[in-house]
Design a protein around this ligand. Structure first.
Ligand SMILES: *[C@@H]1O[C@H](CO)[C@@H](O)[C@H](O)[C@H]1NC(C)=O
Ligand SMILES: *[C@@H]1O[C@H](CO)[C@@H](O)[C@H](O)[C@H]1NC(C)=O
Ligand SMILES: *[C@@H]1O[C@H](CO)[C@@H](O)[C@H](O)[C@H]1NC(C)=O
Ligand SMILES: *[C@@H]1O[C@H](CO)[C@@H](O)[C@H](O)[C@H]1NC(C)=O
Ligand SMILES: *[C@@H]1O[C@H](CO)[C@@H](O)[C@H](O)[C@H]1NC(C)=O
Ligand SMILES: *[C@@H]1O[C@H](CO)[C@@H](O)[C@H](O)[C@H]1NC(C)=O
Ligand SMILES: [Zn+2]
Length: 443
């Protein structure tokens, strides 16, 4: 897969600021869902909630408004895909008490024809992005970027202007998916679209980190940028990052962001000048150390307990362990997913970076979550609650999946179910859920 452009966010911002000095508020948008680096900075002036009252739909089924744009000449396939999007929304609505409807712009199109992504070895299946990342000040005084879908749920009296869609999602028609009702053997080669869509929706809701190796220096930082013409530059976290902690110390990653932000970000510099200065700065080792943590199994978790007493030793129960086993750091897979080894056999499987090659229904049946939490397991529920979503107390399955009661005696899953306990012999099934960012790859 090729990444079209690696121009970091920071330099896009400087262009905007040189030309438009009067802007008070900036937000970040992704130009197309597939390529995270293609970002643009847009104006999003503060508006009051009274300016435009959001209608609050009465029925849960209407909490996702799906604008589906099917760009292929196959009505039957288009209908199947649209139904999966609707079903995926129902699973999310069965878990979250959404206050404001979420608009999803979904496209189904041929990546080879549209984007020139014709690689047969690594097919990008699809990708999802928050429509807009919006800066918001948290109670700890720090500004973090919120995905629009989440900020809407908070129903703030005043907020930066929203874009037209909350989540952008794109799926590649240039590959074969498996749908509920299809013969099971084809699951071996064709990914279950429902699994993929529910996984991607959770990314769209905010399961996404700002920590990356933006400058290819084996050093991680949050995203550099700034959002008002008068403020100085900062490394900015996403709201997800607020709860990240190092293990076992429990030290908040925000602490290291404060350290990194002692480095003055000057937008007048070119990219090379910036990198040269940063690499020589006393802050650089902090970023290098974070890279090391991100490639060390068990080193980073998402804190899911609140009101911890200071200096308490964290236990497994206090965190949702994140994926930090991949070496080298894989943008979009590392940190932005849960630990494969720990959660493969649990009801918290959904946000693993690898697609387990069995359907969502079978996976839920296997871990016993069909009627208890569904696809969104107990820790993921806590995580979404910490982000700011209201989580329902009880889970009622919105849909009965046929495949949850079909044992797939042909699938390769049978042979891998036990290997997760064997550390030197990790599970084989490996459709990378994402290779680059939240892009789905089938390899
Ligand atoms: C889930 O509930 C449905 C309906 O009550 C039932 O038919 C099914 O057997 C249950 N599945 C499991 C795994 O308990
Ligand atoms: C799979 O299981 C079904 C019944 O559950 C059986 O009819 C079929 O022959 C099995 N296939 C294989 C390959 O074992
Ligand atoms: C799958 O595993 C079960 C036991 O867990 C076994 O009975 C069954 O024969 C296996 N199927 C295949 C195809 O290996
Ligand atoms: C599962 O493993 C058995 C032996 O370990 C092998 O014979 C069989 O072909 C495997 N099945 C699949 C679907 O990989
Ligand atoms: C998994 O491994 C355990 C022991 O580690 C064994 O008792 C069990 O039968 C295995 N299950 C399968 C399906 O191979
Ligand atoms: C674990 O993996 C190693 C190396 O692949 C293998 O030799 C060993 O038999 C495996 N152990 C189990 C219990 O599967
Ligand atoms: Zn993912």
């Amino acid at each position: 897969m090729k990444v079209l452009s690696s121009i970091p966010f920071i330099f896009l911002i400087s262009i905007v600021c040189l030309t438009q000095l009067s802007i008070s508020q900036k937000c970040l948008e992704y130009l197309r869902p597939i390529y995270r680096y293609e970002t643009k900075v847009v104006d999003c002036p503060m508006v009051s909630i009274n300016d435009k009252r959001q209608l609050i739909p009465e029925s849960n089924d209407l909490m996702f408004i799906i604008n589906f744009n099917c760009l292929i000449n196959d009505k039957i396939m288009c209908n199947k895909v649209e139904n999966v999007l609707i079903t995926a929304g129902k699973f999310v609505s069965a878990t979250l008490n959404l206050k404001t409807a979420i608009t999803i712009d979904a496209q189904f199109l041929n990546f080879c024809l549209e984007y020139g992504d014709c690689d047969k070895e690594k097919v990008i299946l699809g990708s999802t992005r928050p429509g807009r990342m919006i800066p918001n000040q948290d109670p700890d005084g720090k500004v973090r970027l919120y995905p629009q879908a989440l900020l809407k749920q908070l129903q703030l009296p005043e907020h930066p202007e929203f874009g037209s869609s909350d989540i952008l999602t794109t799926f590649n028609s240039n590959t074969d998916y498996w749908f509920e009702g299809d013969p099971l053997p084809s699951l071996k080669n064709n990914p279950d679209m429902l699994y993929v869509v529910v996984h991607e929706m959770i990314h769209g809701l905010g399961f996404t980190t700002a920590w990356r190796d933006y400058f290819n220096t084996q050093a991680l930082t949050p995203i550099p940028g700034y959002f008002s013409a008068t403020a100085k530059g900062h490394f900015l976290e996403f709201i997800f990052d607020k709860n990240l902690v190092l293990l076992p110390s429990g030290k908040s990653l925000t602490f290291f962001v404060d350290e990194l932000n002692k480095f003055p970000i000057d937008f007048v510099l070119t990219e090379n000048e910036f990198v040269n200065l940063f690499v020589k700065s006393p802050q650089f080792p902090v970023a290098q150390n974070m890279y090391k943590n991100a490639i060390t199994h068990g080193a980073i978790g998402f804190l899911i307990t609140s009101n911890l007493q200071p200096n308490t030793q964290l236990t497994q129960d206090d965190v949702f362990l994140l994926e930090t086993s991949l070496v080298p750091f894989q943008p979009g897979s590392s940190v932005a997913h849960v630990d494969f080894e720990t959660y493969f056999d649990t009801s918290d499987f959904l946000m693993m970076y690898k697609y387990p090659k069995i359907s969502l229904g079978q996976m839920m049946a296997k871990v016993g979550s069909t009627n208890t939490t569904g696809p969104i397991g107990p820790k993921l529920r806590l995580l979404l609650g910490m982000l700011g979503y209201e989580v329902k107390k009880d889970y009622i399955p919105p849909v009965v999946l046929l495949s949850s009661s079909q044992s797939d005696n042909e699938s390769s899953f049978n042979n891998t179910s036990n290997t997760s306990t064997n550390k030197s012999n990790p599970p084989k099934p490996s459709n990378n859920i994402e290779k680059s960012d939240s892009s789905l790859l089938d390899m």
